[in-house]
Design a protein around this ligand. Structure first.
Ligand SMILES: Nc1ncnc2c1ncn2[C@@H]1O[C@H](COP(=O)(O)OP(=O)(O)OP(=O)(O)O)[C@@H](O)[C@H]1O
Ligand SMILES: [Mg+2]
Length: 319
């Protein structure tokens, strides 16, 4: 038995083998600490929020007849795998292919602000949503002509208020997206926070395609069952959410990483869309707020990202 076989046997067991375990898993990843007793309609008082808009004040009604933009959400259960980096690189790469791209940051960490080297003083969707205002004034210029809507700076109280509010308003993201006037020529690439949270669920509601980002290591492999659980309800809808996996930061000099990649390939089959190599130029771009695809000299990672962009816009992946 090869080393990869050993790893496969170790991790390919069904980690949610019964209802009890499934329930425990759901509770474990239910990491949004909402005190329902303070929510409106739940016996709560005015402490619900200093910022939350009233439920009958929507910024823009969703237009059911509008031709919607194509929406891609980058997700993962564990953090630090490269979602924000790939949102930035894919936005640049798809725009270079002639697509009309809008990168949207749904993560209060506000990482896209750093990745795109944006002005920190400008507001983003966090504070703007709490003021019940539209997002159309938030669009900033990204790399190669793509557009960016950042989360913006928020303090811990604003983040708590947003979490409570968004739990009450499952249509928040859909409504705000429809207010941006996007059409089917546009592609929205969304960054999401790691794990099971309200931003992830809203993203999955509106996404056509989800890219699950993983690293070729045991930590990412151990999250696959949990990701299956999170995605399952969205795979049943009509049309179903299309789900693909991307392995990021592959280190080809590490025999263990290659073994782990082998395990992922067997586990994911055709759902493994692309492998992006680890490349110091990618992390350096983040440090300087540069386009990660500008430094293309002998970069395998840039080649991988360009190939991922080509695959994404093929009819097989993005309708
Ligand atoms: N292909 C790559 N090659 C080299 N470094 C990479 C690559 N992809 C990501 N990184 C680096 O890995 C680190 C984590 O990346 P990133 O912040 O994009 O991950 P994330 O999944 O968005 O993390 P978080 O869960 O904190 O939001 C960063 O330092 C980034 O520069
Ligand atoms: Mg991130």
């Amino acid at each position: 038995m090869s080393r990869a076989d050993d790893i496969f046997v170790l991790f390919d067991k069904n980690t949610a083998s019964n209802d009890h375990e499934t329930t425990s898993m759901r509770h474990f990843f239910e990491d949004v600490p909402v005190d329902e007793s303070t929510a409106p309609g739940m016996g709560g008082g005015p402490s619900f929020s200093r910022y939350a808009p009233s439920a009958n004040e929507q910024p823009q009604p969703a237009n059911a007849t509008a031709r919607h933009a194509r929406v891609v959400a980058l997700v993962s259960v564990n953090g630090g795998v490269g979602r924000s980096t790939l949102v930035t690189a894919l936005s640049s790469g798809l725009q270079r292919l002639g697509q009309s791209v809008l990168a949207l940051d749904l993560d209060p960490q506000n990482a896209l602000n750093h990745h795109f080297g944006l002005n920190h003083a400008l507001p983003g969707i966090g504070r703007t949503s709490l003021r019940n205002e539209c997002w159309d004034q938030l669009v900033q210029s990204g790399f190669c002509g793509c557009r960016v809507v950042s989360f913006g700076e928020t303090d811990i109280h604003q983040q708590d208020d947003l979490l409570r509010w968004l739990k009450q308003e499952p249509g928040w993201l859909a409504q705000h997206l429809s207010g941006l006037g996007l059409g089917e020529q546009d592609i929205v690439i969304m960054d999401t926070p790691a794990g099971n949270n309200v931003y992830l669920h809203q993203a999955l509601e509106v996404a056509d395609v989800v890219l699950v980002i993983a690293q070729a290591d045991a930590a990412s492999l151990g999250t696959l069952e949990q990701m299956d659980l999170l995605l399952a309800p969205h795979l049943e809808r009509n049309p179903p959410l299309r789900c693909h996996f991307v392995i990021n930061q592959l280190d080809e000099t590490s025999a263990f990483s290659l073994d782990m990649l082998d395990v992922f390939k067997r586990r994911l089959g055709d759902n493994l869309l692309e492998v992006v190599h680890r490349d110091s130029a990618i992390s350096e771009a983040l440090a300087f707020g540069d386009d990660p695809l500008d430094n293309e000299a002998a970069s395998m990672a840039c080649d991988d990202i360009h190939e991922l962009c080509r695959l994404l816009i093929s009819p097989r992946i993005l309708p």
